[in-house]
Design a protein around this ligand. Structure first.
Ligand SMILES: C[S@@+](CC[C@H](N)C(=O)[O-])C[C@H]1O[C@@H](n2cnc3c(N)ncnc32)[C@H](O)[C@@H]1O
Length: 253
């Protein structure tokens, strides 16, 4: 499952709006992080890599849970924004295919809304290399709940397929145990302005020429201003956080 040149370009487009990303993208529920790390929870001095860390949405939750985080992110603009927002965090330029850490040095590698950008054929062995025995790899995704009418309306405006499941996005790999999945309810308090600003951080929107991007964001604003659930200006955005995890197989497994 290698990424095409076009996907690679989109995967590194977020930095053109790093400040917007930091301000408007959601964090992750504590229970989702705890579930992801359950197989290594008892270890002392737990060290976790936030891979594809962006501006630190997942780093924030990990640090709040008292966990030592090493952020790894390929885009310097995103990494710099992360460092600005998270005092004293260890943050490296690197990618899922080249993690700048020694062999067997961390307990878990987590990725928030990022695993689908990785070249999984190269990423899994690289993640396995940096994990200690029995270490965890986990992918978390925050997805807007498209069963909600006003969000389904947004999807229609975008013309996107909203049916991708975690199993479509993350492949089973022989170095790791069978994938386990679960999901959690999450949410974000939004205003029309913040929702439009959040939409402006999505990679397909960042890829549009300015005129088409402005037109799309105008249509989103009109939709929010006209829908009964959002027209009053402040509303909850319902999010489903899905988590997929697996453990590094030992030589005897
Ligand atoms: C949608 S953002 C997610 C950021 C953050 N983890 C979050 O939860 O909001 C995807 C991030 O993955 C990074 N990325 C893209 N390709 C990558 C790769 N091959 N290895 C690691 N990170 C990658 C992008 O630069 C971007 O910061």
């Amino acid at each position: 499952m290698g990424n095409t040149g076009d996907e690679q370009q989109r995967g590194t487009s977020f930095g053109s709006n790093a400040a917007g990303y930091a301000e408007h993208r959601p964090d992750y529920p504590r229970e989702a992080i705890e579930w992801a790390l359950e197989p290594v929870a008892g270890r002392s001095g737990l060290t976790v890599v936030d891979l594809g860390a962006g501006t630190g949405q997942l780093t924030k939750g990990l640090r709040a849970a008292g966990i030592t985080v090493i952020a790894v992110e390929p885009d310097a603009r995103m990494r710099d924004e992360l460092v600005r927002n998270h005092d004293g965090v260890e943050a490296h330029l690197g990618s899922a295919e080249h993690i700048p850490l020694p062999d067997a040095s961390v307990d878990a590698v987590l990725a928030g809304n990022a695993f689908h950008w990785f070249d999984q054929e190269r990423a899994f062995p690289e993640i396995a290399r940096v994990l200690r025995p029995g270490g965890v790899v986990a992918a978390l995704w925050n997805d807007d709940d498209t069963r909600v009418d006003w969000i389904a309306g947004l999807v229609r405006i975008f013309g996107w397929d909203s049916t991708t499941s975690p199993t479509d996005r993350l492949r089973q790999h022989p170095l790791f145990t069978e994938l386990a999945h679960t999901d959690f309810r999450h949410g974000q308090r939004c205003t029309t302005d913040s929702m439009v600003a959040r939409m402006a951080t999505l990679s397909p929107v960042l890829a549009l020429p300015q005129e088409r991007r402005d037109d799309l964001l105008d249509r989103i604003r009109r939709h929010l201003n006209e829908h009964p659930d959002t027209e009053k200006g402040e509303f909850d955005l319902p999010i489903r956080t899905t988590v997929t995890r697996a453990e590094l197989r030992g030589s005897g497994d």
